[in-house]
Design a protein around this ligand. Structure first.
Ligand SMILES: Nc1ncnc2c1ncn2[C@@H]1O[C@H](COP(=O)(O)OP(=O)(O)OP(=O)(O)O)[C@@H](O)[C@H]1O
Length: 589
């Protein structure tokens, strides 16, 4: 928890608004906690009365019956209070967890592509599960534990003070020393628990790494080396465990020593006061029972510091995520892109990815070109030249560093992201389909679609026939819960999505080799239909696409080398001609 931006107090202050909608549940939770605790604290008094009557030989059945009835009553209230406390506390926690999860999800949706490229999805998932769980537990246990602890220690103090001031003060002086010593050991214990978890994580990661790369291990006959590497981590695990258990044992030792000390004081000093008749035997019994409660409360509070720390760390990490601001957002005076025709201009564009160092060369270095309305452009060039980068800049997944990109003559930075992206259709090589039905995946292209529209779009995409052959047609589940689709089938579903969206601008990333010949032909046919009447930029790998394009842009690492039709470029006898004739596959990425 070193180098923290916010103190515990500031973090708790930021967290408190989450209780706002659940004040009534919190009040009920704490009231139940209060009832339970007070009832628990009544038991020593009942036993003290019983002992005093017994030692005075004044115990009667009448007293026993009254004490028993009182005991039953307090026990019933105590049990009921605990029941309500547990229910209300956890229900409030669940509400808070739901609200925080909704907030973090909403926030993720505002983040840019760069954020998701730079952040591991696993880490984000952990924030949505582990951190939120810790915060939920904190949200009700923290008020409950501190409230109960406070009531128990203060009521015990008041009751014991009315019995014997000196003895009470003697015991209460020992408590802070006990808390101090116990906390030191508890912290050391918690630290070793963390190291243990980290080590387990490392061991698991190393097993996973070796098993995933088992072919490489075997081909280098490196099994022994892997075993040695693994043994090191596995041995370290035992060393960490040793420290953990020593710390755990010392923590218990300290607790027992101090408890022993307090009981010792009670026997010696309490016994003395009983002999001196300034305390009755019943008072001594009350002291013993209250001391039990005090020690248990102190231990619980010290142990609760672990959960408290976890909760605070969770809140801190939650806060960190919520404080992240997307670097791509709508400008204050952003305009809607309406009635789009579809011309695209790159005007002296310089670009570097956000995670690149300042002195790294530009990925796009002063790139200028224009695509007229309805034109079909093929982008070709060697791998790494920046073809995909160009296509990511048009929907503003990243923003240019210098220069500007204009759609219909308007700088895209001055448009709302939603209106810009609504007018661009993207078909990627690697199609991602969401869990759910085929219909849901196609509908993703447009809200409130009719069955006719979905059927029409899938027919245009060449997907209708294979969908109808599936067990439940459009209602067939895909992915883990349902059928597995081939690469070509997935492509066609993603094309159907774009048909439904019907955008004036298209960006296509042509598949290189993942499709078999038949699928490729169908996909190609659907794509040709899709591009009709739309401004299209295709990262082209196939000669047929390149030849059919209105114009070819040849991108190399030094920028745009040439532009023209296939025949023009061949006639020019420049870069394209050389690459084409040398049959260099890199020409097409
Ligand atoms: N998210 C990123 N962060 C940093 N650098 C990146 C990122 N994505 C791509 N690059 C780099 O930008 C350069 C251009 O990559 P890009 O993917 O645009 O090339 P490409 O021409 O499409 O290549 P290919 O045909 O292999 O897909 C490469 O050097 C690549 O390493």
């Amino acid at each position: 928890m070193e180098n923290r931006t916010y103190s515990d107090k500031e973090l708790i202050k930021k967290f408190i608004p989450y209780y706002k909608n659940y004040k009534d549940i919190l009040a009920k939770d704490l009231f139940s906690a209060f009832l339970t605790t007070v009832c628990e604290l009544l038991l020593p008094i009942l036993l003290s009365i019983l002992t005093d009557n017994a030692s005075n030989s004044s115990l009667t059945f009448d007293i026993i019956i009254k004490l028993t009835l009182l005991y039953i009553l307090t026990k019933l209230v105590e049990v009921a209070g605990r029941y309500f406390m547990q229910s209300y506390g956890h229900i409030m926690g669940a509400h808070i967890e739901k609200d925080m999860r909704a907030d973090i999800f909403k926030h993720f949706m505002t983040m840019s592509t760069a954020f998701f490229n730079e952040t591991k999805i696993g880490q984000l998932m952990s924030r949505m599960t582990t951190d939120l769980f810790d915060i939920t537990e904190f949200s009700h246990h923290c008020p409950e534990e501190f409230f109960i602890g406070f009531i128990k220690l203060s009521i015990s103090f008041i009751v014991l003070m009315t019995i014997n001031i000196q003895l009470t003060l003697l015991i209460y002086i020992i408590i802070p020393i006990m808390v101090y010593a116990a906390r030191i050991k508890r912290r050391a214990f918690s630290k070793s628990v963390k190291s243990e978890k980290k080590q387990i994580g490392e061991i698991n990661a190393s097993i996973e790494d070796t098993l995933l790369g088992i072919d490489v291990v075997k081909s280098f006959a490196n099994e022994e080396l892997e075993k040695k590497k693994f043994k090191k981590g596995n041995d370290k695990f035992v060393d960490i465990k040793k420290v953990k258990y020593y710390n755990m044992a010392s923590y218990n030792l300290i607790n027992q020593l101090f408890a022993g000390l307090m009981y010792g004081v009670l026997i010696v000093v309490g016994g003395y006061f009983v002999i001196k008749k300034s305390m009755s035997p019943g008072d001594l019994v009350a002291f013993v029972l209250y001391l039990n409660t005090i020690i248990a409360t102190v231990n619980r509070l010290v142990e609760f510091t672990d959960q408290y720390q976890k909760g605070i760390t969770g809140i801190e990490r939650f806060n960190e995520v919520m404080n992240l601001r997307s670097d791509i957002f709508d400008r204050e005076d952003a305009k809607e892109l309406k009635n789009v025709k579809g011309s695209i201009v790159f005007d002296k564009v310089f670009f570097k990815y956000p995670d690149q160092a300042e002195d790294d060369p530009w990925i796009l270095d002063n790139i200028s070109f224009n695509i007229n309305v309805g034109e079909n452009i093929a982008l070709v060039g060697p791998s790494g030249a920046g073809k995909s980068t160009i296509t990511k800049l048009i929907p503003r997944f990243y923003e240019v560093n210098k220069g500007e990109i204009r759609v219909d003559g308007i700088n895209i930075n001055n448009l709302t992201l939603e209106s810009l992206r609504n007018n661009i259709g993207i078909v990627q090589q690697d199609v991602y389909l969401f869990g759910g039905t085929i219909r849901e995946n196609i509908e993703y292209g447009k809200e409130n679609t009719t069955d006719e529209e979905i059927i029409e779009a899938s027919k245009l995409a060449g997907a209708y026939d294979f969908i109808m052959d599936l067990p439940y047609g459009f209602d067939t589940y895909i992915g883990e819960r349902g059928v597995k689709l081939s690469g070509g089938q997935k492509q066609r579903i993603s094309i159907a999505r774009v048909f439904l969206k019907n955008p004036p601008i298209l960006i296509l990333d042509e598949a290189t080799s993942s499709l078999d010949n038949t699928s490729e032909a169908i996909v190609q046919e659907s794509l040709e239909k899709l591009t009709k009447g739309r401004t299209t930029l295709t990262i082209a790998h196939r000669l047929s696409t390149i030849i059919n394009a209105d114009s070819i842009i040849v991108l190399t690492e030094d920028g745009i080398a040439e532009r023209g039709s296939h025949h023009e470029l061949l006639d020019k006898k420049g870069v394209y001609y050389k690459l084409y004739n040398s049959n260099n596959e890199d020409l097409f990425g």
